[in-house]
Design a binder for this molecule. Structure first.
Ligand code: NDP
Length: 439
């Protein structure tokens, strides 16, 4: 039953999960008896608020703030905060819904939530970012707590924004709580958190390949995005002997047949905040294609021939035609670093073709899993080494893969990790909801 206008991304995410659940719901009547579907699609709480702030010209600006505390059956709400002009209720709701199952799949004690704002950080001064973050926290702080709701970063929110929000939380409450993850190392962050989503997506790809005795070494890979997830996907791919040849941002894409230069990428994106158009100044053998020159209705990244693709920018960035092009060019593996980057038509094509397909809620779960490790370190007042955290990340990604893969086999569809991840993630949350009664 669809109610209310818009929310197209939310309906897309719900439809995908519900279609996968049919075999489980047919097999076990307890979910129907407890009306779990109607309960799980309804967020426990949605907080919508005004964020007023003063820009550098002294003018008052107003944005919308969101936090959706979707499901706490397995633990405190956990999920990132996104600052991007495209943010509206449907985006935060789809991300929060996906987060429930992703967090469940990690095997850790975390519930699902997501938040954000339609604030556009591009072109804003450092002081404007700080004032916005402080105003955002003036409302959000009252809903957070280390055992209540623990946000993290997402698109447009990195360690700088987390710092400003954490500082304001501390000022308002007087408490040095572990209420955010993705903090800087010196004040409570975890080593390897920054790298975790990208690294985890590559580990997931390695697990998919290893099951059939294959390796990622030597594979030509396309990567979209050039933010946190994309950069550390490129880094890990290079470390394991694969060759990433593309990256993109909202303005265009780079194709570098010799392999993306990681140092230049980090310099442009982590240090200068520059456009990828600058990349070709350092590497004249690379090619830059602005968005205006992409084939109509397509993302040019997916036209580059590759063995494996790592969508790591944003939702619905890979459509049915892009999928057909990837398959035509011989791509046999997709590992989704971004949330819901492939449209339903694209996913159907990948499943039909029987290639390795790692859906976002499984393949990119390394980020939130490592966030939970950050919470564990904060709660025990310890700091683990990079190797300790990375080792745990390795094991968690393997377990997520096994859980999705074994569940797909259990329901007679071996290799269908969409079905496997959705059923495995759902079953654990739904069982906990039943145990905890009708609330
Ligand atoms: P960042 O803000 O660090 O980077 C986002 C990248 O994607 C940038 O290169 C950005 O380009 C590009 N991008 C964003 N929106 C669009 C758009 N509408 N069209 C084209 N390009 C776009 O974000 P993250 O790397 O953290 O997040 C990327 C994806 O991964 C998101 O889907 C996020 O939800 C998901 N994810 C992130 C996790 C994390 O730990 N960070 C964990 C799990 C999932 P530009 O710089 O020009 O805006």
């Amino acid at each position: 039953k669809r109610s209310g206008p818009g929310q197209v991304e939310y309906y897309q995410a719900v439809e995908e999960v519900l279609m996968s659940l049919r075999p489980l719901l047919d097999q076990d009547t307890k979910y129907k008896k407890n009306n779990i579907i109607a309960r799980i699609v309804e967020p426990e709480r949605q907080i919508l608020f005004r964020v007023a702030w003063v820009d550098d010209k002294g003018e008052v600006q107003v944005n919308k703030g969101y936090r959706i505390e979707f499901n706490s059956a397995l633990g405190p709400y956990k999920g990132g905060i996104r600052f991007h002009p495209s943010v509206y209720g449907g985006i935060i709701k789809f991300l929060g819904f996906e987060q429930i199952f992703k967090n469940s799949l990690t095997g850790l004690a975390i519930g699902g939530g997501k938040g954000g704002s339609d604030f556009d950080p591009k072109g804003k001064s450092d002081n404007e970012i700080m004032r916005f973050c402080q105003s955002f926290m003036n409302e959000l702080y009252r809903h957070l707590g280390p055992t209540i709701d623990v946000p993290a970063g997402d698109i447009g929110v990195g360690a700088r924004e987390i710092g400003y929000m954490f500082g304001q939380y501390k000022r308002l409450t007087g408490r040095y709580d572990g209420v955010f993850t993705g903090k800087k190392i010196a004040w409570g962050g975890s080593l390897a958190r920054k790298e975790a989503t990208g690294y985890g997506s590559v580990y997931f790809a390695q697990n998919m390949l290893a099951e059939r005795g294959q390796s990622i070494e030597g594979k030509v890979c396309t990567v979209s995005g050039s933010g946190n997830v994309a950069i550390y996907t490129v880094e890990k791919l290079q470390e394991v002997g694969a060759k990433p040849v593309t990256v993109s941002d909202s303005r265009g894409m780079i194709y570098h047949a010799a392999g993306i230069n990681l140092e230049t990428l980090k310099q442009l994106k982590e240090v200068e905040g520059a456009s990828l158009a600058e990349y070709v100044k350092h590497h004249p053998d690379a090619r830059y294609t602005p968005v205006a020159d992409y084939p109509a209705g397509r993302n040019a990244v997916w036209s580059v021939p590759c063995d494996a693709a790592f969508p790591s920018a944003t939702q619905n960035e890979l459509n049915e035609e892009d999928a057909a092009c990837l398959l035509k060019n011989g791509c046999t593996l997709i590992s989704e670093g971004a949330n819901m980057p492939s449209t339903q038509g694209a996913v159907d094509k990948f499943l039909e073709a029987g290639i390795f397909y790692g859906p976002g809620k499984a393949a990119n779960a390394g980020g939130v899993a490592t966030s939970q490790l950050e919470m564990a370190q904060n709660a025990s007042m310890q700091q683990w080494t990079f190797e300790e955290v990375d080792g745990r990340l390795h094991r968690i990604m393997k377990n997520i893969f096994l859980s999705a893969s074994e569940t797909a086999k259990e329901f007679g569809q071996p290799g269908n990790l969409v079905l496997g991840a959705n059923i495995a993630g759902f079953r654990k949350v739904a069982d906990a909801m039943i145990d905890q009664g009708v609330v």
